[in-house]
Design a protein around this ligand. Structure first.
Ligand SMILES: O=P(O)(O)OC[C@H]1O[C@H](O)[C@H](O)[C@@H](O)[C@@H]1O
Length: 445
């Protein structure tokens, strides 16, 4: 279970004003539960954890096993919500050097379809040349250019290398039930496929097969992940009093900070494995709230790494920021600082201490310094980097995001602004059907 502490925001905002959001939070909760708010056709995530069946998990695990049995490498092709959730969980739970280990316990997971880097794709296809690889093709719309382009390359290579029959067994599609090119391809080729429910938007889809299948292939316990999320679904439920509901408090606090000129939220971790949780969080909050010329800008840093690059700005730059720190209570492993005879670095005072003790003091020292420097701080504590904790954390952020977006007054479940670049790109590439746009854009160049 996770806990949230907002005490280090007081002094910048008052507890009273945070608690004054109680009625707004209640209204937001009710709108989510009753489906009366904006974007109410995208609320499938709300009670998803508690509604996932054992049969569904068994189906996912069986497919994961097929990929694990037949692949040294599995490429997860997807972008945005069809990519970040899986990567966030896999990186949080994996050994940091997993791909370098000789004795592998799971296929190496690689990612594609989240960029249009020619060199990236070339190097990926080169690497895969002598590998028994499979592909999980993930796209809700089934038409996203980045993903479709990567899949086109990977499908052909997989068929050429492994033959059509094997390719059929090691390519899995996760897409819409009926619409989109990915669905048609999956049906035509006879791929095993999973459905992304209509009422679950991409950035809220980590607990659908979009996240669960890659996570299971990587060897992690999806039952525990879902159980962690389900416990948070309860802890953030409508019936939980405001003061005891972490999603309610987080949503209220960030809106109050925003109202007081804190326009940027920096999600902070002190554990490099959480880097992609921050990336996932950035999409969740950025796409949900950044609209109608409003919304907190979600940023992220990895400490203490970025204390040596961004630390100066955070300590003394424009005071428009606040931080939300994710703190991991317990490490998975134990490592003590050795004593050194010469002590040239002067670190013998740390000898015998666990590395995490140093990290925790860096965390505490940073929090106090940043608060002194005018940066309000919130702190989320998770017990450990394990499936339950990560499941809880993800659902906590989702629930708080729904509430927070409704308090802000936007539709947190659409992303109309994302289309603008796509339209221009298609016009510039002379996509059939874009003749008028092509002409108009050429005239601007
Ligand atoms: O799953 P897909 O339909 O391929 O979409 C992938 C992503 O790209 C879109 O442009 C949206 O901005 C995201 O919300 C979405 O998660």
């Amino acid at each position: 279970m996770i806990s949230l502490n907002i005490e280090k925001t007081f002094g910048f905002i008052s507890k009273e004003n945070v608690f004054a959001y109680e009625a707004q939070v209640k209204a937001a909760q009710e709108a989510l539960e009753k489906g009366t708010g904006k974007g109410n056709d995208f609320l499938g995530w709300l009670h998803l954890p508690s509604s996932i069946t054992k049969e569904h998990l068994a189906d996912l695990k069986a497919t994961a096993q097929t990929l694990r049995d037949n692949c040294e490498v599995v490429v997860v092709a997807g972008i945005g919500g069809s990519y970040l959730g899986a990567r966030a969980v896999i990186e949080a739970l994996s050994n940091s050097f997993t791909w370098l280990q000789d004795k592998k316990t799971a296929p190496v997971i690689l990612y594609a379809g989240h960029n249009i880097g020619e060199d990236y794709l070339y190097e990926l296809t080169e690497y895969l040349k002598d590998k028994k690889f499979g592909v999980i093709n993930i796209s809700k719309s089934g038409t996203t250019t980045e993903t479709a382009l990567a899949f086109r390359l990977l499908k052909k290579q997989c068929e050429d290398q492994r033959g059509k029959d094997t390719a059929k067994r090691v390519i899995v599609a996760i897409t819409d039930a009926k619409k989109g090119a990915a669905r048609v391809t999956a049906d035509n080729e006879g791929y095993k496929s999973f459905i992304i429910p209509d009422n679950v938007g991409g950035r809220f889809s980590v607990l659908t097969p979009v996240g669960l299948l890659p996570i299971a292939v990587a060897g992690f316990d999806i039952e525990k992940l879902v159980a962690g999320a389900a416990s948070m679904e309860k802890a953030c439920g409508q019936d939980i009093p405001f003061a005891e509901n972490p999603a309610a408090i987080y949503a209220a606090t960030r809106n109050e900070l925003y109202k007081n000129g804190k326009k940027i939220e920096i999600l902070v971790n002190f554990n490099p494995k959480l880097h992609y949780v921050s990336e996932w969080w950035k999409q969740l909050y950025g796409e949900s709230e950044g609209k109608e010329n409003k919304g907190i800008f979600p940023a992220a840093v990895d400490f203490s790494t970025d204390l040596h690059s961004m630390g100066q700005w955070i300590q003394e730059g424009e005071r428009s920021i606040y931080e939300t720190v994710i703190s991991v209570e317990k490490t998975q492993h134990s490592l003590q600082v050795p004593s050194d005879g010469a002590n040239l670095d002067g670190l013998n005072f740390l000898a015998g201490k666990h590395v995490d003790e140093v990290n925790k003091m860096a965390e505490l020292g940073t929090q106090l310094a940043h608060v002194d420097g005018g940066v309000p701080n919130m702190r989320i504590v998770i017990p450990a980097l394990n499936e339950e904790s990560i499941g809880s954390l993800l659902y906590f952020f989702e629930k708080a995001c729904g509430i927070s977006g409704y308090i802000l007054g936007v539709n947190p479940f659409n992303q109309p602004g994302v289309e603008a670049y796509k339209k221009n790109m298609f016009a510039l590439l002379n996509k059939p059907g874009y003749e008028a746009e092509s002409k108009a854009i050429q005239a601007r160049l």
